[in-house]
Design a protein around this ligand. Structure first.
Ligand code: UDP
Length: 474
């Protein structure tokens, strides 16, 4: 019998990467009979964020690259500098691992890397392996990263000072300040790393993108035109990859879901800034006061505040010694008893978003959170904090998509504190206002579209079949 195709998939650390990579691996194994080796980094990994790796089906295994040191980096080095430095320094270990896998009977049919590790494509290419990028965010943000080398070459000012809007093909116009956060400061070492990232993407044979037509129709059309002309490798829209809701038994049900069971339908605002989003101490207190002033029910996943880094929780670098609820205003937890539920650090997001009591999502706009909100039909308030989240907010709040409330200047611009009155007004608007009502209609429509895309034989299955067919041919 012929050997099943064997795909090696490299994932960077962080829930937002490990989760969709695990989903792709599962589908290739279960639906297409592939074997998959998921390769992770021992450095910078946070055990809680890697939990999806504990429940993989037969045919999917995991190998970790050994720890590499980045202790020489400045203590305040950008999160992306730290991640990309680990990826670059672990390339020799990746080469060794690929060599040893190539020596086994299964060999390697193709190599796939998640969006932060395209540098690894040079290694797979060296070994004659076809390489793909699994892009775990919007196609629009991929276009923006592909554009970074040109931006760097053709301009000298900071992005926020660009005189004209940035017109990426098939995308809503962007202000320079809406481009991904690590390209916002040319003098930070992360800027050059982002330029390299954009160049390395061109080593791919194709982009497997966690998006869907209903969210990015015009962008997909424009991208196809460019790839047909040979400007970029082709893109395959395999989204939305969201985890399935687990029907927990009552005994293992998270207490926050039991609390939701007792709230009226559509009445609760879910507040969470993803695995990494971190507010300052003052902003945490102000958000608390704003939620209280809104008079709405809410469920808030509270992280430790950090006054320097809006992504501090991403790699677990925030203080973990104390209960994060300790940083909330005096008496807040007691006063909110009944109206608001505070969950420290982590909550079962997919189950929460799909609970009938949840009527809105205040989110940092991470792409997985966005797709989970779409799949659950929940409208959003976008509160972008880092990475490509501001670009996501622009797209989600545009007339094209209309899922999220977001206004310029963005919440918390330049570190300014969003006052409680503004928080309260936004929350009321989302939950009870006219704009919130419109976003809810769009959310219902997008949920239907997501269901159609991910139903058997839908666009997701078809795109994945194309990818699987292409990989099998190698
Ligand atoms: N997540 C979760 N519980 C939490 C926080 C996050 O289950 O308390 C999951 C969330 O459902 C999503 C992922 O972690 O699948 C976060 O990915 P996203 O791209 O939204 O943001 P990131 O954390 O990468 O900034």
């Amino acid at each position: 019998m012929a050997q099943a195709p064997h795909v090696v998939m490299l994932t960077s650390s962080g829930a937002g990467h490990v989760l969709p990579v695990s989903e792709l691996a599962k589908r290739l194994a279960v639906r297409h009979g592939f074997t998959v080796t998921i390769v992770t980094y021992a450095s910078l990994s946070t055990p809680g964020h890697s939990s999806p790796l504990a429940s993989l089906p037969p045919g999917v295994s995991v190998a970790a690259l050994p720890e590499v040191s980045i202790s020489d980096l400045a203590a305040d080095a950008h999160l992306v500098t730290r991640i990309l430095t680990v990826i670059n320094r672990a390339l020799p270990q990746l080469r060794d691992l690929l060599r040893s896998l190539l020596g086994l009977p299964a060999g390697i049919t193709a190599f796939m890397t998640d969006m932060l590790c395209p540098a690894a494509l040079a290694v797979s290419k060296e070994m004659g392996l076809p390489g793909y990028v699994f892009y775990t965010s919007s196609l629009m943000s991929l276009l923006s990263l592909l554009y970074t080398p040109e931006l760097s070459r053709t301009t000298t000012c900071e992005c926020r000072d660009l005189p004209e809007p940035v017109m990426l093909p098939g995308c809503v116009p962007l202000h320079g300040a809406d481009l991904v956060e690590p390209v916002q400061n040319r003098s930070d070492p992360v800027y050059e790393l982002m330029v390299d990232l954009g160049l390395n993407y061109l080593l791919a044979e194709g982009f497997i993108v966690n998006t869907m037509d209903a969210l990015e129709h015009e962008t997909l059309v424009a991208f196809k035109e460019l790839s047909d002309k040979g400007v970029y490798p082709p893109a395959y829209a395999v989204g939305p990859f969201t985890r399935r809701r687990c029907p927990d038994s009552d005994e293992v049900k998270h207490s926050c879901l039991r609390w939701l069971d007792n709230q009226p339908d559509g009445s609760v605002l879910y507040v969470s800034f993803g695995s990494g989003g971190t507010l300052s101490t003052a902003q945490t207190a102000e958000l608390a006061a704003g939620l209280e002033a809104s008079g709405q029910r809410f469920l808030w996943v509270v992280h430790h505040p950090n006054d320097k880094d809006s992504s501090a929780a991403y790699l677990g670098t925030a203080a973990t010694d104390a209960d994060p609820l300790r940083y909330l205003p005096d008496g807040f937890v007691e006063r909110m008893n009944g109206t608001g539920l505070l969950v420290p650090l982590w909550a079962p997001q997919v189950e929460i978003l799909n609970h009938v009591a949840v009527g809105g999502f205040m989110s940092h706009g991470g792409w997985n959170s966005t797709l989970e909100s779409v799949a659950a039909g929940v409208p959003m308030v976008a509160w972008p904090l880092y990475a490509e989240q501001r670009m996501n907010a622009v797209m989600l709040s545009s007339d094209r998509v209309g899922l999220a409330l977001w206004e310029r200047p963005p919440l918390g611009k330049d570190g300014a504190i969003v006052p409680r009155e503004e928080v309260a007004a936004l929350v009321r608007e989302l939950m009870e206002g006219e704009k919130g009502g419109m976003a809810r209609k769009k959310a219902d429509h997008l949920r239907d579209e997501a269901e159609i895309a991910s139903a058997a034989g839908g666009s997701q299955d078809r795109a994945l079949a194309v990818v699987a067919g292409m990989v099998s041919l190698h």
